[in-house]
Design a protein around this ligand. Sequence first.
Ligand SMILES: C[C@@](CO)(OP(=O)(O)O)[C@H](O)COP(=O)(O)OP(=O)(O)OC[C@H]1O[C@@H](n2ccc(N)nc2=O)[C@H](O)[C@@H]1O
Ligand SMILES: Nc1ncnc2c1ncn2[C@@H]1O[C@H](COP(=O)(O)OP(=O)(O)O)[C@@H](O)[C@H]1O
Length: 269
Amino acid sequence: MDKLEGFAPAKINLTLHVTGQRADGYHLLDSLVVFADVGDHLTCRLGEMSLAVSGSMAQGVPVGPSNLVFRAAELMGAQATITLEKHLPAAAGIGGGSSDAAAALRLLADLTGRAVPDQGVSLGADVPVCMLARAGFMRGIGEEVTPVDLPPLHAVLVNPGVPVPTGAVFGGLASKDNAPMEALPQGISVDQLLAWLSRQRNDLEAPAIAAQPVIADVLQALRESGAGLARMSGSGATCFGLYPDSKKAADAALALAHPGWWVQATVLS
Ligand SMILES: C[C@@](CO)(OP(=O)(O)O)[C@H](O)COP(=O)(O)OP(=O)(O)OC[C@H]1O[C@@H](n2ccc(N)nc2=O)[C@H](O)[C@@H]1O
Ligand SMILES: Nc1ncnc2c1ncn2[C@@H]1O[C@H](COP(=O)(O)OP(=O)(O)O)[C@@H](O)[C@H]1O
């Protein structure tokens, strides 16, 4: 094996309940996570350590040792020549950096034959679920990950171009001890899933809107575009809308076009 290619899909928190806080300050989460068919692309080859970042969303992404891809190589004890093509906005609540790190960990594990320590959680609370890269529950601070079977969902992702720092949004929570998600029935249909989702929450929505009020405008625009459900992902600012089929999602994406907004029709699974 010489050079390997990998895909780092956007992570979407369909729900995000904050149920407590650990003594070290990290929050306990109860979240249903899915992945989009849009994301970043990586190539990786063992050799001299280097990282080249390109792509439509490369601006502002660190190219040095603070890039999570660089840190993934350090964690694996590997030297590698890596290219990263960024298509996902950064600091956007869709785990772009974490998904890049998880993709790099998968590639480096394949290239070196080494195991990934602790599913990469030392690189970030979102990395274990991004290692799974399919629908799953995320609990603990993010280290407890369980796959779940869900029907695919047609969606539009909208990011209004304002970065939201995750730690600050957690810090703005009015309550840290909120109710967990309801149990999710197995073998659920799309309509049942939508009804179930509408009864769950993203507890970070209110503090994120307080920090960046434009998020409320995005949610309103998604609802007006015909979304059956509109919610923020992660700590924001990206929001998603869910639609009955791919045509309605594509039409909504066209209607949502707005200067400075990143708008993407996608399938979540
Ligand atoms: C909120 C979530 C939900 O999936 O997504 P994003 O908004 O980042 O996409 C994640 O838990 C974010 O994961 P990640 O972005 O990897 O977080 P980390 O780098 O580990 O932590 C950044 C900061 O967020 C806070 N943090 C993060 C995770 C957690 N369970 N409790 C926290 O309090 C801490 O203040 C920490 O210093
Ligand atoms: N490969 C990467 N892609 C994007 N951001 C990265 C990357 N590596 C490190 N970062 C840093 O991580 C921060 C969080 O980025 P990201 O994971 O995209 O956001 P979020 O945690 O909101 O989902 C960014 O502000 C950026 O400086």
